[in-house]
Design a protein around this ligand. Structure first.
Ligand SMILES: [Zn+2]
Length: 360
């Protein structure tokens, strides 16, 4: 059985499908919230499941620093540790490491950095990232790539990161095979290779060609949503859309407003993750009908008895939590406000995905 079964088309390049993972099947397109330290902030695993979310993403970097993969492995892996029953995906740790800016030293071997909390020296290489992610026990893992922030790099720097990303991918594949050689095919996690190349369309296309012909289970598109405009992101996604193979899932890293989700899905993306829906929610910002953003702390909601979105069937809207009550929670600093708003925003993203999944 192939890892990804394509079902129907969404426009010219989009598609619905089913992704098979060892922790269960995932209908696509699918939005994956970030459970940074093993949990989606402020929500119980059941509350997350109830929003329709099928996959949770956890951050390798954060879990590596605290409590460390050895502790999580000893406690039975991330599923047992965090009481997560469905599929889990971990990122490579690269995004957070490269985001540390001046405290990072990149060599061909890997990346040296300092733990921002303790000042301890740390090192992550392609091999180390594979080992950490396998110890964490995620069902889908991502190759360690050389991320660049967009905009101020020279062409040489972009090309350099591009070439290193593919050399590192080969090292990830070798290490992944070594570490999983005793696993049955059915119990092996899926490995995603990362496509880089900044906003240079030729490099992007070349990177996609290299990654999807490598021994990876899925394709991840990295280096977008790091400061470029929506139009620039769309240009890259449109350039790649006609070039994907049908048999591998495509994951767009770190993209997640309702508008971006639609652009991505219509250009062939199956899976997306982002901190935005839950981070926004914790800051009282929620989406309502037609992707309109509202701020629940706004004074005008003080006596508003209506729910966030009357068309929404999330726990928060369905049970009649009014904007006035939610505003009161945020004003009082009660974390219930953030939890109820997070439930709504996650359901909001899931509903968009479910609408696509209905296309036959
Ligand atoms: Zn709702």
């Amino acid at each position: 059985m192939s890892i990804f079964e394509q079902k129907s088309r969404i426009g010219e390049y989009g598609r619905t499908g089913v992704l098979h993972t060892r922790a269960g099947d995932v209908p696509t397109p699918t939005f994956m919230p970030d459970g940074t330290r093993g949990a989606v902030k402020g929500l119980t695993p059941q509350q997350v499941v109830d929003t329709g979310v099928k996959v949770v993403l956890a951050n390798t970097y954060h879990l590596h620093l605290q409590p460390g993969e050895a502790v999580i492995k000893e406690l039975g892996g991330l599923h047992a540790f965090a009481n997560r029953k469905g599929p889990l995906l971990t990122d490579s740790g690269g995004f957070q490491v490269f985001s540390l800016g001046e405290h990072v030293k990149i060599t061909e071997d890997g990346v040296h950095f300092k733990d921002p909390k303790t000042g301890d020296k740390r090192f992550i290489s392609p091999e180390k990232s594979m080992q950490i992610q396998l110890d964490l026990g995620a069902d889908m893992i991502v190759a360690f790539d050389h991320l660049i922030g967009l905009g101020d790099e020279t062409e040489t720097e972009v090309k350099d990161a591009f070439d290193r990303t593919h050399r590192w991918l080969e090292r990830c594949i070798v290490e992944f095979k070594r570490l999983t050689k005793d696993m049955d095919e059915a119990e092996r996690p899926l490995l995603f290779g990362v496509v880089q190349g900044g906003l240079n369309l030729n490099l992007r296309k070349k990177s996609l060609e290299i990654v999807q012909e490598s021994e990876v289970d899925g394709i991840a598109i990295g280096g977008l949503s790091v400061g470029e405009t929506r139009a620039e992101m769309e240009t890259v996604l449109k350039a790649l859309a006609p070039l994907y193979r049908d048999d591998k899932p495509r994951f767009l890293l770190g993209v997640g407003t309702p508008e971006d989700l639609k652009i991505a899905v219509e250009n062939g993306i199956d899976m997306l993750d982002c901190v935005l829906p839950t981070r926004n929610a914790r800051h009282a910002t929620v989406w309502t009908e037609n992707s309109k953003k509202i701020h629940l702390t706004n004074e005008k909601y003080g006596v508003d008895s209506s729910v966030i979105d009357k068309t929404c069937n999330c726990y928060t809207c369905k049970n009649g939590f009014s904007k006035a009550f939610l505003r009161q929670m945020f004003k009082a600093g009660d974390p219930l406000g953030g939890a109820l708003a997070s439930i709504h925003n996650l359901r909001y993203m899931s509903r968009i995905c479910e609408e696509y999944q209905k296309i036959v």
